[in-house]
Ligand binder design. Structure first.
Ligand code: F6R
Length: 614
C-alpha cells in the first residue's frame, strides 16, 4: 500500500531514500516525502503526486539535504486524508523533533487524536499517522529514550502498521516496528537499512532480517537491537535475500508490464522445474504437507483471494473439481471475512496472493486457521506475512513483479494450480492416467506456445489500435475460460480505464445483451472443446445485435471470418490447459490499448501493488 525506507550509515541518506522509494513506487504513488537530519535539525521535504515531484524539490536543495547520513522516506497510497502535501509523510510532532513514516491504518486514531489535542498537540494533517508522531514525542518527553517511547506508543495504538521513527537528538538512530504490515531490515557494514519490501534493499545488501509483529528494532550504523513489545531482547534471524538487482530493471522494454508479459515462458518453466519432470512421472509437490490420508478424505476445499489471484483461484476450482471430485468454493477474501463461514479441520483452505500482504486474504486465512483448517498458501512472496500463516507453502517463483497490473504472477498461480490439482488426483487416484500424461506433456511444452504468441503480436497490436477508442468492452467465455474473460476485462480496465466486463457467454442473453450496439466490442474466447459451439452461437447472438466481434481462438475454421471482424489466433491447445495460453494475448491487448492511449501503464491511477488495508 505505502512504501517505507530508512537509512543510517555513512552514505548520503537522500540518495538511498530516493532510490529506495523509486523501487517501492509500485506500492503507492500519490505523494511522497523524506525526513533527514541536517546540522542537528530534523527537516521534512514532501510533495503531492508522483515521486518525481519530490525528486525535483530535493534537486533544488540537494547541497543541504545531502549532508544528512540518516533519513526516513515514504511513498503514499492515501487512506486517511487526500493525497496532499500536508497529508504526505513523514509527519512530525509540534516541536518538530520527531519524524514518523507509517504504512497501515491506526484504527483508534480518533480517540488518540482527541486525547493528544486536549493535551495541547496541534494537528496539521487529516492523517492517522500524525497521532503516532505526537504520541512518540509525548512518550519521549517522559522516558528520554526513543526505543522506549516507540514501545510505549505502540501499546496504545490499535490497527495495522509498519512505522519508522527518527528523533532530532539522536542523529544516528532509527527505531522501527510493525504489526500486520511488512518491514524488513537490511544489514550493511557501518550502515543499516529498513524498508517495507526487499526491492528497496537489494542494490545495497543481500543480508536481511524480517521483522515479526510487535517486534521493535533500533538501528544505528554499527548496531541492530531487537526487542519485543514487553521489552525482552530477541535473537536476530538473518537471511540471505534471493534476488539480484537486475530483477528491477526493464531490460530494454518500455514498461515493466511488457517485460513481465515476455518473461512468462520462463516463469512457466520455473514453476514446473523440479515438480514436473516428465509426462510419465508423478508430480513432486513436497510443499504440500497435508497428510496423504487426510488429503484423500478431504470433503471440501475453500479458496480465498482477491483481484487477479481470485481469477486464478476460479480456474483452480475448475481443475480440482474436475480432477479430484472434491467440491471447491472460491470467494473474494473481502467477502469471506464478514460472514459465517463454515470451515473446520476437514476443510483445506487455500489462500492465493501475489504479494502475500493483501490484508483481506491474510484475515480470511487467519480466520480459517483459527477453526483448525489446513492452510495452503500460493504466493510469489515466500517471505510475506501470509506465507508465515501457511501449513503448506507453495511459492510460485515468478520473480519480482513490479508492474501494478499482475501478469506473470497470474500465469505462475495458474500453473501452480495445475500442479496441485494433478498432485491431488495422483494421491486420490481419481483421474485417468493417459489423460494425466497428456496434460503433463502439454504443460511441459506450454512455454513454446507462449513464445509463439509473443513473437507475433502484430494482430493484437492492430486490434488494440482499432478498438482503443471504445468506451466499453465485453469479454465472453464459458467454462474454464470464464475466469480468463474476467481477467482480460480486469487488465483492460486497470490500465486503460475502459469500462470492461467479463460475462459467461450464456448469461449475455439474460440482460447484458441489451447494451449491445455497433459501438460495443465483444471479444469471444473461443477455444476448441466442449463449449466451442455454444460460445459460437452466443457470438452469433451478439453479432445479430450489431456488436463489433473479436475472436480469440485456436480454431482455424474459415467460417469464423464471416462472424468476426478481428481474429486473434493462438496455437492449438487442450481446452483444460487453455486458460494458461489464452490470457497472454489479453494481457497484450490491454497493454497495447493503454500504451496507445498514452496511459501510465506500470502505475495506473488509484491503484497500488499490494493492498494492505481491508
Ligand atoms: C490486478 C491486480 C490486483 C491484485 C489484487 C490481489 O492486476 O494486481 O487485482 O491481483 O490486489 O493482490 P495479491 O495477489 O497480491 O493478493
Amino acid at each position: 500500500m505505502c512504501g517505507i525506507v530508512g537509512y543510517v550509515g555513512n552514505k548520503k541518506a537522500v540518495d538511498v531514500l530516493l532510490e529506495g522509494l523509486t523501487s517501492l513506487e509500485y506500492r503507492g504513488y500519490d505523494s511522497s516525502g523524506i525526513a533527514v537530519n541536517i546540522d542537528g535539525k530534523v527537516q521534512l521535504f514532501k510533495a503531492a503526486g508522483k515521486l518525481q515531484n519530490l525528486k525535483n524539490i530535493v534537486e533544488k536543495n540537494y547541497a543541504e539535504i545531502s549532508k544528512s547520513t540518516i533519513g526516513i522516506g515514504h511513498i503514499r497510497w492515501a487512506t486517511h486524508g487526500a493525497p496532499t502535501v500536508e497529508n504526505a509523510h513523514p509527519h512530525s510532532c509540534n516541536c518538530g523533533k520527531v519524524a514518523v513514516v507509517h504504512n497501515g491504518i491506526i484504527e483508534n486514531f480518533k480517540e488518540l487524536r482527541e486525547r493528544l489535542e486536549k493535551n495541547g498537540c496541534t494537528f496539521r494533517s487529516q492523517t492517522d499517522t500524525e497521532t503516532i508522531a505526537h504520541l512518540v514525542a509525548t512518550k519521549f518527553g517522559e522516558v528520554h529514550n526513543l526505543t522506549e517511547a516507540v514501545r510505549l506508543a505502540t501499546k496504545e495504538i490499535e490497527g495495522a502498521y509498519a512505522i519508522c521513527v527518527i528523533h532530532q537528538d539522536l542523529p544516528d538512530t532509527i527505531v522501527a516496528t510493525r504489526r500486520n504490515a511488512p518491514l524488513v531490515v537490511g544489514l550493511g557494514e557501518g550502515e543499516n537499512y529498513v524498508a517495507s519490501d526487499v526491492p528497496a534493499l537489494i542494490q545495497y545488501t543481500k543480508k536481511a532480517m524480517y521483522l515479526e509483529d510487535n517486534q521493535i528494532v533500533t538501528l544505528t550504523p554499527n548496531s541492530i537491537e531487537l526487542i519485543d513489545i514487553d521489552n525482552n531482547p530477541l535473537k536476530q534471524k538473518v537471511e540471505t535475500l534471493p534476488w539480484e538487482p537486475v530483477a528491477l530493471s526493464k531490460m530494454g522494454y518500455k514498461h515493466f508490464m511488457l517485460k513481465e508479459i515476455h518473461e512468462q515462458p520462463d516463469v512457466v518453466r520455473n514453476v514446473l522445474s523440479g515438480k514436473l519432470r516428465a509426462s510419465d512421472e508423478k508430480v513432486l509437490l513436497k510443499e504440500v504437507t497435508l497428510d496423504k490420508e487426510k488429503l484423500r478424505n478431504l470433503n471440501r476445499i475453500q479458496i480465498v483471494a482477491c483481484g487477479t489471484s481470485l481469477h486464478a483461484a476460479m480456474v483452480g476450482k475448475y481443475l480440482i473439481e474436475e480432477f479430484c471430485g472434491i467440491p471447491v468454493d472460491v470467494e473474494p477474501s473481502s467477502e469471506y471475512i464478514y460472514r459465517k463461514t463454515i470451515t473446520d479441520k476437514n476443510t483445506l483452505v487455500i489462500g492465493v496472493s501475489q504479494s502475500g500482504e493483501t490484508a483481506d486474504t491474510i484475515t480470511a486465512v487467519r480466520q480459517a486457521k483459527s477453526k483448525g483448517s489446513h492452510i495452503l498458501i500460493i504466493t510469489n512472496r515466500p517471505d510475506s506475512t501470509m506465507a508465515r500463516e501457511a501449513d503448506s507453502l507453495v511459492p510460485v517463483n515468478a520473480g519480482i513483479e513490479v508492474s501494478v497490473a499482475a501478469t506473470k504472477s497470474y500465469i505462475a498461480q495458474l500453473i501452480s494450480f495445475y500442479l496441485i490439482a494433478i498432485y491431488m488426483a495422483e494421491v486420490k487416484n481419481s483421474m485417468d492416467l493417459k489423460e494425466l500424461a497428456d496434460l503433463k506433456h502439454e504443460l511441459i511444452i506450454l512455454p513454446q506456445k507462449i513464445e509463439k504468441i509473443l513473437a507475433h503480436t502484430e494482430d493484437i497490436q492492430r486490434c488494440a489500435r482499432k478498438f482503443s477508442g471504445s468506451k466499453d468492452f465485453i469479454f465472453i467465455a464459458r467454462g474454464i475460460n470464464f475466469p480468463t474473460a474476467l481477467e482480460g476485462a480486469l487488465k483492460l480496465k486497470e490500465i486503460s480505464y475502459i469500462n470492461a466486463t467479463g460475462y459467461t457467454a450464456g448469461e449475455l442473453k439474460h440482460g447484458p445483451i441489451a447494451m449491445l450496439d455497433e459501438s460495443m466490442p465483444v471479444l469471444s474466447i473461443l477455444m476448441k472443446g466442449k463449449v466451442y459451439d455454444k460460445i459460437l452461437s452466443n457470438s452469433e447472438e451478439a453479432k445479430a445485435r450489431n456488436a463489433r466481434m473479436i475472436a480469440l481462438t485456436d480454431s482455424e475454421d474459415e467460417k469464423l471470418k464471416e462472424l468476426f471482424e478481428n481474429i486473434i489466433e493462438i496455437p492449438e491447445i487442450s481446452e483444460i490447459l487453455s486458460p494458461a495460453l489464452a490470457v497472454v494475448p489479453l494481457q497484450l491487448l490491454a497493454y497495447y490499448i493503454a500504451e496507445f492511449l498514452g496511459k501510465d501503464v506500470d502505475q495506473p491511477r488509484n491503484l497500488a501493488k499490494s493492498v494492505t488495508v481491508e
